[in-house]
Design a protein around this ligand. Structure first.
Ligand code: COA
Length: 337
């Protein structure tokens, strides 16, 4: 975590994202389960989600996003010193999705021994990754860090549980973090948190060392996402609000100083509550949940890249990122773009 400083030590040099071609609408879901577009849209704001093709794996989506971020940063794959992948849905339990990405990028010139690791902080994975990248660049340990948030949630959700499956989608987002140039632009602060007393509110209980994979795990679907929706909802409203307020206070900023909140897209009602509690006007929240649903760690970098490419985010503007998910883990970052 970094507190405010007169000059940021790192900045985001480029952004990219990838969404699989296949779109699954609420109307599509109506045909296969007892749900409705009206219920999903009114409770969550979601209208559709993207679903990866059968031949696509997590690292494939991450690589697409990474290439787009490298291109937008204007740096070569050879210049990457570290790859961090926030994900809870890696290609395989071991090794990390990050080394699959590294292998893909070596073909483009990335060093054959470039360090790469996964980071498990669920929907907060990107903010955690950004915090680590900022620390590495500030310390001079790395010059350019690729931070990716990627999820292939459609393979780890229970498609017979209408209370969870309608909420999630697949996708990837990436940024390249590099040294700040002394013009005041860059990552001003990051704050990350977790609360293990809330583990049971959002988890995949089986398939790990605590409850190894077995026929029982399979039969009871314990290898898939389980959630106590309202517990997560209430926690999210409080924790996200507090993390945004902490970011503002740490930088001596008022709600009116924020140009864009780029939030984790979990539920538009959560964002409405955060908006009214923080006092940051609604038009300053970038919302794409209607198109993407909840893509967990990919959510903030996808939204960021869309906002940047749409020309909404302009140099010198103040951006607040915030996200919360399984753990419960959450955090915020304040960036001068
Ligand atoms: C999941 C969530 C949308 C549910 O909204 P809710 O207001 O809590 O709704 P409830 O769970 O109380 O369910 C209300 C009713 O809708 C029903 N329902 C649940 N899913 C449904 C669906 N997809 N379609 C239609 N009805 C559904 C429930 O069965 C329940 O019916 P009942 O009252 O007859 O039992 C909400 O809790 C939420 O968004 N939580 C946070 C989730 C989240 O963000 N998780 C990820 C964090 S990263």
């Amino acid at each position: 975590m970094t507190g405010p400083s007169a000059q940021p030590g790192s900045r985001i040099l480029g952004t990219g994202h990838y969404l699989p071609k296949k779109v699954l609408t609420n109307q599509d879901l109506e045909k296969v389960m007892d749900t409705s577009d009206a219920w999903i849209a009114s409770r969550t704001g979601i209208r559709q989600r993207h679903i990866a093709a059968p031949e696509e794996a997590t690292s494939d989506m991450a690589t697409h996003a990474a290439k787009a971020a490298l291109q937008s940063a204007g740096i070569s794959a050879a210049d990457i010193d570290l790859i961090i992948v926030g994900t809870i849905s890696p290609d395989v339990p071991m090794p990390s999705a990050a080394v699959f990405v590294q292998r893909n990028l070596v073909a483009l010139g990335t060093r054959k021994d470039c360090p790469a690791f996964d980071l498990s902080a669920a929907c907060a994975g990107f903010i955690y990754g950004l915090s680590i990248a900022d620390a590495f660049v500030r310390a001079g340990t790395a010059k350019h860090v690729l931070v990716i948030g990627v999820e292939l949630l459609s393979r780890i959700i229970d498609w017979t549980d209408r209370g969870t499956c309608v909420l999630f989608g697949d996708g990837a987002g990436a940024v390249v973090v590099g040294p700040a140039t002394g013009d005041g632009r860059g990552i001003l602060s990051t704050h990350i948190y977790s609360d293990g007393s809330m583990i049971e509110a959002l988890q995949i209980p089986g398939g790990g060392s605590r409850l190894p994979f077995s026929q029982e795990v399979l039969d009871k679907k314990l290898h898939l996402v389980q959630m106590v929706g309202m517990d997560v909802f209430k926690y999210a409203v409080k924790a996200l609000t507090a993390s945004v307020q902490t970011a503002l206070a740490a930088n001596k900023m008022a709600p009116g100083d924020v140009d864009w909140v780029i939030p984790h897209q979990a539920n538009v009602r959560i964002l409405d509550a955060v908006q009214s509690r923080t006092g940051i006007a609604k038009e300053h929240f970038f919302i794409n949940i209607d198109q993407t649903a909840n893509t967990s760690s990919a959510s903030v970098p996808i939204a960021l890249d869309q906002a940047v490419r749409a020309g909404k985010v302009k140099p010198g503007q103040s951006l607040v990122f915030c996200a919360l998910g399984g753990g419960i883990a959450w955090g915020s970052a304040l960036v001068r773009w």
